[in-house]
Design a protein around this ligand. Structure first.
Ligand code: DP6
Length: 336
């Protein structure tokens, strides 16, 4: 019987930063978003997760970065394991160990890399051989943005229209080597507020209460197309303005949510101001800021402008460090 055997798998996945944000669900139960999103999978940062299904276990054990998981994250992990057990028809409990090579809940999207790695490890350990598309559909039940971390490079998560979610999945648009000169300078700030409310809940209060939300939704298809085309043409002059426009639209939707959602610190706001000043001084867009539901700021620029941009941002009060990150690979199975 399949369930009488111990089976393990280890899977690695990277965080991603969205250029077009996922912020709103049309069906929270099935994790179907209100809009398609587009992100860059990052090199260097990784979540590595091992799942071992063992018929001798009485309950799931979840260890995150060497410590037993808190009840909230544990419940989310067990929820995804239950989904995998249902798909595979295996009742066995599992041991889950996951490590990040970057700070958890730091605004570096550990939920995206973590749940993509969990979906990959658990489905393989359970003997399911899912296509990458099906894996992206599984990963989104852990965290919506995890659907995109299954793939490397520039990735689209299609919202789809169907009520059953079959046309809602992530797919790669351009590979990690598509545009070697494009760099994401991750600007890590001091005292980043620890994320307490899951984005999945926060975004639904935006859908319910922000007067900006409908307008944002109406603007998105055009902005998505502009960003996609500028990426295809490797044209920074056409890419950077809509990246910032999208970030501003996301932030305004958050700030006009009741109660208001404010993810930034004074330093984060100073970074946005400095990027605007750099572009003004250059007389053209040489950098673009974006951020997610956290205080660190991702600043996209081209290799040739990196020294100048970095010099201006690294010395702002409250900036702890800057890391230049390239687009990276998608998820993969690794030896434990
Ligand atoms: C602002 O998918 O990370 O980063 O389910 O709470 O883990 P959880 O939500 P998550 O939300 C992502 C929100 C965002 C935008 C994006 O990544 O598209």
């Amino acid at each position: 019987m399949a369930s009488s055997r111990v089976r393990a798998a280890t899977y690695e996945a990277a965080p991603n930063i969205a250029l077009v944000k996922y912020w709103g669900l049309r069906d929270p139960e099935r994790v179907l978003p209100t809009n398609s999103s587009l992100s860059v999978t990052l090199a260097r940062f990784r979540s590595r997760t091992t799942v071992r299904f063992d018929p001798a276990l009485d309950e799931d054990s979840v260890v995150l970065n060497g410590r037993p998981a808190d009840p909230g994250p544990r419940e989310d992990v067990v929820g995804l394991l239950d989904r995998v057990r249902a798909l595979a028809g295996r009742p066995d409990r599992a041991e889950v160990r996951s490590e990040n090579n970057f700070p958890t809940a730091s605004g570096l999207a550990s939920s995206a890399s973590g749940f993509a790695a969990l979906a990959g490890a658990a489905s393989n350990a359970a003997g399911l051989s899912l296509t990458p598309r099906a894996l992206s559909q599984l990963a989104r039940f852990g965290s919506g943005s995890a659907s995109r971390s299954v793939f490397g490079g520039f990735v689209e998560w299609r919202a789809g229209r169907r009520a059953d979610g079959r046309d809602c999945y992530a797919r790669p648009l351009f590979g990690p080597d598509h545009w070697p000169a494009l760099v994401d300078l991750v600007v890590i700030v001091e005292r980043a507020p620890v994320k307490t409310v899951r984005s999945m809940e926060a975004m639904q209060s935006t859908v319910r209460t922000s007067p900006m939300f409908r307008r944002r939704l109406a603007e998105l298809p055009r902005r998505f197309a502009r960003i996609r085309r500028a990426l295809a043409d490797r044209d920074a002059g056409r890419l950077f303005p809509p990246i910032m426009e999208e970030c501003d639209s996301f932030r305004e939707a958050c700030e006009t949510t009741r109660p208001s959602l404010d993810y930034l610190t004074v330093t984060s706001r100073a970074i946005l101001g400095e990027v605007r000043a750099l572009n003004r001084e250059a007389g053209r867009p040489i950098a673009a800021y974006t951020h997610d539901a956290g205080a660190h700021v991702h600043v996209f620029t081209l290799e040739r402008s990196l020294p100048k941009v970095r010099a201006r941002l690294a010395h702002l009060p409250g900036v702890l460090e800057t890391r230049a990150i390239r687009p990276g690979a998608g998820g993969r199975l690794v030896r434990p």
